[in-house]
Design a protein around this ligand. Structure first.
Ligand code: SF4
Length: 297
C-alpha cells in the first residue's frame, strides 16, 4: 500500500495516526467538518428535500387524458388528474423513476444495434374521448415489413418474481398479465396499439427487474373489447374535463374513499385525502383548489 504522506483526516484514518487538531474546524461549530461529524447524511437530506420541494402541487390543467394512465378506472381520479392535481413523490421514488428511464434507454439502444428499431416516442392521439400518449418504441422484424409495438417496464424485484410465465402472441384480454398490478400495463399497450397513428396488431411488453436486470417478454395481440372499456370510461369523464370551468366528477358507483381496506381501489389512491373533502357529487376547479389549499397550503 502506498501510504499517504499529507496530514489530512483521510491520511490519518488510513495510517491510524492521531489527527492534528484543526483549529478552524474545531472552533467553528458551523464548519463543514462539524456539520458532517454531527450528521453524515446532511448533504443527502438537503438534495432530497430540494427535489421534493420543487415539485408542483398543481400542474397546468389539460383537456385530455394521459395514455399512460389507461389503467385508471375511476372517472373522479381521471378528472382530478386532468385538472393538474399532483401528489409529490418522495426523492427515493424519483430516483426509482430515473432508473426506470435509464433502463428503457439502454433497451432502446440495444434494439437499435440489433437492427430492429424503427422509431420511438411516437405520439398516440384519440379525439373522442381525448387521450394523448407516447409509445416506447416501434420495431420491425429484420428482412420483413412486420412491425411490432414495444412497451418497456422496469419493475421491482419482488414484482418481477411474481410475473406469470412468458407467453407467445395472446389476445391482450386473455393474457396472464390481465390481473392485479400488471393489467394497467396491458391497457396502456392496447390503447397505443389501436390508435390511428400507431395501428399495429402485434407487439409485446418487456419487463426488466430493477436489481438484477433479468427480463421477461409477453407477446400480445390487440384486443377490441379492452379498448372499448377504456374508451367508454373516458367518454363518461370527458364532459367534466372539457366543460368550462373544469369539474371534478362525482364519486363513481362502487368506489368509496372512506374505505381503506385492502383490495378497494380507493385504498391505493393518492388523491383520497382530497377526494374525501370534496362533495360526493363533484365540484368545480376553483373549489377543488381551495379545498386542497386548506390541507397542503
Ligand atoms: S379516492 Fe376513490 S373515488 Fe376518490 S378519486 Fe381516488 S379512486 Fe376515485
Amino acid at each position: 500500500m502506498i501510504k499517504p504522506t499529507r496530514r489530512t483526516r483521510t491520511a490519518d484514518m488510513a495510517l491510524g495516526t492521531t489527527p492534528e487538531p484543526n483549529k478552524q474546524a474545531h472552533t467553528d461549530s458551523n464548519s463543514l467538518w462539524e456539520l458532517s461529524e454531527k450528521d453524515p447524511r446532511w448533504l443527502l437530506k438537503l438534495i432530497d428535500e430540494t427535489l421534493e420541494r420543487n415539485q408542483p402541487l398543481w400542474d397546468k390543467p389539460r383537456r385530455y387524458f394521459r395514455g399512460s394512465a389507461a389503467g385508471e378506472m375511476c372517472i373522479r381520479a381521471l378528472t382530478l388528474d386532468a385538472m393538474g392535481h399532483r401528489v409529490p413523490f418522495e426523492a427515493r421514488v424519483m430516483r426509482i423513476f430515473r432508473t426506470g428511464n435509464s433502463i428503457e434507454d439502454v433497451n432502446v439502444e440495444a434494439m437499435k444495434i440489433a437492427g430492429v428499431f424503427v422509431s420511438a416516442q411516437n405520439e398516440v392521439k384519440y379525439s373522442d374521448p381525448p387521450v394523448l400518449g407516447h409509445v416506447d418504441a416501434i420495431l420491425k422484424r429484420i428482412g420483413t415489413d412486420e412491425t411490432m409495438l414495444c412497451e418497456i417496464k422496469s419493475i421491482k424485484q419482488e414484482l418481477f418474481k411474481r410475473l406469470p410465465k412468458e407467453h407467445g402472441v395472446t389476445l391482450a384480454g386473455e393474457s396472464a398479465l390481465n390481473k392485479g398490478y400488471y393489467k394497467n400495463y396491458l391497457r396502456q399497450w392496447n390503447t397505443y396499439a389501436w390508435s390511428k397513428e400507431i395501428d399495429i396488431e402485434i407487439g409485446f411488453i418487456l419487463f426488466e427487474a430493477k436489481n438484477e436486470q433479468q427480463q421477461k417478454i409477453y407477446w400480445l395481440l390487440r384486443d377490441p373489447d379492452m379498448l372499448e372499456s377504456m374508451l367508454k370510461l373516458r367518454k363518461n369523464a370527458a364532459p367534466y374535463v372539457l366543460s368550462d370551468p373544469m369539474r371534478v366528477a362525482p364519486i363513481p358507483t362502487g368506489f368509496n374513499p372512506d374505505d381503506q381496506s385492502k383490495g378497494n381501489a380507493c385504498g391505493w389512491c393518492d388523491r383520497r385525502y382530497l377526494c374525501k373533502r370534496l362533495s360526493k357529487k363533484g365540484c368545480d376547479y376553483d373549489t377543488a383548489r381551495a379545498e386542497d389549499a386548506k390541507v397542503r397550503g
